[in-house]
Design a protein around this ligand. Structure first.
Ligand SMILES: [Zn+2]
Length: 347
């Protein structure tokens, strides 16, 4: 299953319909979220199948396809289900601050011809020219963003393999903020432009300029995604084995913003994972425990630790006198761990 996204070319009439749908669906969402909550208090829990059919005969009256209503009910049911299983937080009600911005279309959609696509219940929509992967379109979703309306398509096809260029092995140590260190000593950071945009975003937020900050937010998201695609593609092409050190975030790291950085690396990890699978490469995630304090040469734990060690960039192993760059050492350790020699065993 792959995802594709096209930008819709919408006329004022279509936009009015979509906006009215979003308002109606927001009410449906809020009703569903509250219903599950109140019923759960009384000890009644809904089954997935039964809950998504609760509004079965309301579609016609509201002028919304009944399957879209089902989709919204499901969108409210699933986070509650995760919440009851203690995996995630409870879903929030939608309103001015937390807007509903997507309309689900759970039915198969016909493959578009000439930049025109037929969406169930809405008719023909035109979209900006873009290549869509061949395959059967299983379902779709219209999303409202700061820069316009988009149609996300879920297509039944396999991701294309990335052509191999070399067969290296690499360990990746994610740092704070947006930097990565590879075990061959290379550091990768986001382009300067990215930093500048984030500064502008902060500025616009201080000035309470909501529209501007929403647009900047979207642009930052797009840049990050683009960068992650390019980087993961390059890494998969050059390496046959990729090891990523994944954090189990604990106290100090949390207070130093590592959890924020982790969230940013999540996308890259997913991309590496599916690109590796599609291209027949090996992708491993290892625990980052001890990766900074262990000397990658003699495996003695002589490196910087804890809060005090965070500022140490360069250090020398007291056992074997090798001098290390903190992050590269961690990346090499990650690679060692991924290849099967566990750091814990050595100690
Ligand atoms: Zn050493």
């Amino acid at each position: 299953m792959i995802q594709a996204q096209v930008k819709l070319r919408i006329n004022p009439k279509q936009e009015a319909i979509l906006i009215s749908w979003l308002i109606m669906l927001k009410c449906v969402w809020n009703w569903a979220v509250r219903k599950i909550e109140l019923d759960a208090k009384d000890g009644r829990f809904h089954k997935k199948q039964q809950f998504q059919n609760l509004l079965a005969d309301h579609g016609k009256r509201m002028g919304v396809p009944s399957h879209t209503l089902q989709g919204i009910l499901l969108m409210a049911w699933e986070p509650w289900d995760r919440c009851f299983k203690k995996i995630s937080k409870r879903p929030r009600l939608k309103g001015v601050r937390n807007k509903l911005n997507s309309i689900p279309f759970p039915d198969p959609i016909k493959y578009p011809i000439n930049q025109r696509i037929k969406i169930p219940g809405l008719g023909i929509f035109r979209f900006h020219k873009q290549e869509i992967p061949e395959g059967k379109i299983k379902c779709g979703r219209i999303v409202k963003r700061a820069s316009g309306w988009y149609l996300c398509l879920f297509i039944e096809a396999d991701a294309k393999a990335v052509p191999a260029k070399a067969n290296g092995k690499i360990g990746i140590d994610p740092g704070y903020k947006n930097t990565l260190t590879l075990s061959n000593g290379e550091t990768i950071s986001m382009p300067k432009e990215f930093q500048k945009r984030q500064e502008r975003l902060a500025q616009s937020q201080k000035g309470h300029r909501k529209n501007l900050s929403a647009r900047l937010h979207e642009r930052i998201k797009n840049t990050r995604k683009d960068n992650n695609h390019k980087l993961s593609r390059r890494l998969v092409a050059e390496n046959s084995c990729i090891v990523f050190s994944k954090d189990n975030i604990s106290g100090i790291a949390k207070s130093y913003g590592k959890s924020v950085a982790e969230a940013g690396h999540h996308q890259l990890r997913q991309m590496l994972s599916y690109k590796c699978t599609a291209s027949g490469r090996k992708y491993v995630e290892v625990d980052s425990k001890f990766s900074t304090m262990t000397c990658s040469h003699c495996l003695a734990r002589t490196g910087p630790t804890g809060k005090a060690g965070l500022s140490v960039r360069q250090w020398e192993c007291t056992e074997c006198r090798t001098s290390h760059d903190r992050d590269q050492n961690a990346a090499i350790n990650t690679l060692i761990a991924g290849l099967g020699t566990s750091l814990e065993k050595v100690a």
